[in-house]
Design a protein around this ligand. Sequence first.
Ligand code: NDP
Length: 248
Amino acid sequence: MNSIAEKVVVITGASSGLGEATARLLAARGAKVVLGARRLDRLEKLASEIASSGGDALAVATDVASRDDMENLIQSAVQKFGKVDVLVNNAGIMPMAAMSKLKVEEWDLMIDVNIKGVLYGIAAVLPGMLNSKHGHIINLSSVAGLRVSAGVGTVYSATKFAVKAISEGLRAEVGGYGIRVTTLYPGAVASELVNGSSDAEASSAMKSFYENYEISADSVARAIAFAIEQPEDVAINEITLRPTSQEF
Ligand code: NDP
């Protein structure tokens, strides 16, 4: 199997932004999509829109910071569609603030969602993929997972560097079992992510940065589709994409 059609693709954070755009694109290309996020109303609306366009989608309320929820998401996919070909670990949060503001609860939340969420996703799909010697795990890092900017993004960057490390180690470990691993490093992409800062100073700096540079979420969806549609013996390991004019 080397195309997108008929693949079962589980996408976390599918209730908005990159996850939603990816679900729409892959469903239009014939994938069966399984949508995970906390806002079930949004997922159900998206699933019904996909179904009315002739696609297949399942909505499952999921908090990626809960290992039980992630296991349930994957089991729900298997029960409904019989398998999981691809997991897109996309859910993430970006509450920016200078470290000196000591937003320690937000540091904890970023670690729970951006790092543990990815690990719980891997834990939920890996046994089945190892067993079938087939599968594809796609993780969302960021350009902030490649560089640390001065100012407000230190802990967010730390979580995205962690995603890079996890992906790279996983790739080296499981490639021999026929499992592909892809990491994406996007720059500024239009979504709800930029609204996540409780710190007024960081929030307005981020919003004006995004207003200047952001590109559409479809750009990331297309990159994900490109990685999935390669023949099974080709793993697209890393994709960095930025708005053309963005330096960071
Ligand atoms: P959005 O805020 O639009 O979407 C984030 C998604 O994550 C939502 O669907 C949200 O759903 C979900 N989410 C948040 N917390 C949890 C949780 N605990 N459990 C389950 N789902 C959760 O942002 P983006 O689409 O931009 O972000 C997607 C990914 O892309 C993130 O990992 C982000 O770091 C990364 N990224 C984004 C960039 C950008 O510029 N937009 C650039 C580089 C990387 P709900 O609230 O319903 O749970």
